[in-house]
Design a protein around this ligand. Sequence first.
Ligand SMILES: [Zn+2]
Length: 180
Amino acid sequence: MALALEFASTVRHDGHGGLTDDLATPDGFAAWTGALAADVPPDEALRQRVVELRWAVRSLFAHVVRTEERLDTPHLLDFEHALKTVNAAAARVPRAAQLEWTDQPRLRHEDSADPGDRLLATLATAVIEFLGSGAREELRACQGPRCIRYFVKAHPRQEWCKPSCGNRARVSRHYHRARD
Ligand SMILES: [Zn+2]
């Protein structure tokens, strides 16, 4: 769940009406993926695939929470395309469960994928495990003005991804009330 949300959050509102995308440049891509796996190649085609997968993931999140129009809506894929993209990425790495047995039997997964495919599959699998679980029901789109984050609701009245979005929402409500 944490990885799925973190992946979706690689694009955010930039505070000035536009979007900030951590994966938009080769350096940003290397920095973000470097924290996940040391052996991801600095490959432009791979970066684009990861960005496409990220938009597919956000499209599925938007579908789950039925978001209204948000800043990132123009980038979203239609539902069928998004679903296929996520499933195809997970299927790039066929894994075999192997029993390792020295003192105790131990489960290990083995694959023969290259690091790029493994990255795509790891991200897609994290999203599939999250959306395929009950935790999906607590997924919310932040209601903060212009915020495009998703979060998993931790308490019943939570409406915002973080307190600063709640403060902005209160200020904005107050402003609109004062003008009416
Ligand atoms: Zn927010």
